[in-house]
Design a protein. Sequence first.
Length: 98
Amino acid sequence: MYIKRILCEVAWCITRIRDSYLAKWYWKIKQRRGGKKAIVALARKLLVIIYNMIKNNTDYNENVFKEVREKQEANHIKRIINEIRKHGYEVISPQSEK
């Protein structure tokens, strides 16, 4: 029970860090689920991160989340383009201006 309390306190602190992936994730969840549930979800996410750091003997690296986010956005764009093509529209990529 003490671990949950400590992780929730850490989660509250993380929400106040600007431009942090975990803080942004918290605010996104908070809009859908509410503040307290979002804190518990963030505490669980922290526990998973800590577990993987110990298991893989790695350090915490915020840049990993940036790479994951970019990959998710690229996949999201591909899905949207495929959905548009499925409805019979042609998608033209924008030309880069020189």
